[in-house]
Ligand binder design. Sequence first.
Ligand code: ADP
Ligand code: MG
Length: 376
Amino acid sequence: MLSLQEQFQQTFGRAPTVIARAPGRIEFIGNHTDYNGGAVLGAAIDRYVWVAAAPNAAGRFRLQSHGGAKPLDLPAVPAARLTGAESWANYPLGVWRSLGDFKLPQPAGFDLFITSDLPAGAGLSSSAALELATALALLELAGSEPIAPEQLAALGRHAENNYVGVPCGILDQGTSAFGRAGQLVHIDCRGPYFSRVPLPAGTHLWIFNTREKHALIDGLYATRHRECLEAAQTLGVARLADLTPAQFRPLEPKLTPELARRAKHVIEEHARVGDTVAALQRGNLPAVGRLLTASHRSSQHLFENSTPALDRLVDLLEKHPAVYGARLTGGGFGGAVMALTREDFSMAEAEAIAAQAAPRPDLIHLQSADGAAVVR
Ligand code: ADP
Ligand code: MG
């Protein structure tokens, strides 16, 4: 296969002047806590989006993604969103526009080539990786000083919220910006405030992707979001994560049984993120694993954002002695289960578990990785 430099050369007839890359991420624990003012732990993973770029002296904007027939060639960055087969370009073009919104330098024209080993749309956040790698490459072309990872994350999120139209929280971009091999990224979503927590050595991460997607997924998200806001309002707090489980217990009868389940999930999940940080700091991996699996059971029974296929995978993984814990990762209603395992958990063992689930999930073996950076 051609290298990224060679692909760039073939497409644009010269060499790139910069290459940046940004990792995908998994949600380690902290399910639907972000918009409730809670905490979340993410891991940047060793799957990336790479962006090679060079200035375009004619002031044109040329973009090509690996596998595309020919580059998109625009005289200016369009104000309206692109649709259909060109809609992927809203991410890099939205980043260019966001640079202006953030009062950061923008290159007057650019040639851009994207490659990736991160499956798109699998819940591993290829979109944030694309935004961050693009931002770093364009800043380099514009001769900018390096920017802080907080600003990089905010810029990527701004592009996705405003120029792609996805109302994502800060987990995806924050984890891709702050990731570090051997560490998890802790985000207190009220700030957001970012920090890192060491992930003890000898652990590996696995993704079992069911590829199922609930037909009503957007509506279900919106419903859960509304239920959480309604519960907080009834309980008299700005955000559900403002309450501890002990404070919540006597208030629970104020809510309908359904809203009580939603609130209990969020409040206990926020507490579980804190407990997970403490268990990681003690190096107590079995305790970390129990918290991960407890998070899943809470999704299954209280937040009701799991599916039978995700539950089945967690049931199977929970029984395996080399698996510390497993849970659905991301919004739910389909998608993937992540597992934290000992390093001796093998691909053959993962395959054996996948073979017992129907339909058979895709397997991805991962390790934690460094965050977005210019690599050349
Ligand atoms: P996720 O972030 O979980 O992978 P999203 O739906 O948020 O899923 O983002 C996927 C979208 O990001 C794709 O549909 C595409 O528009 C864009 N994208 C991701 N990777 C690439 C790539 N390598 N080249 C072009 N576009 C990409
Ligand atoms: Mg995404």
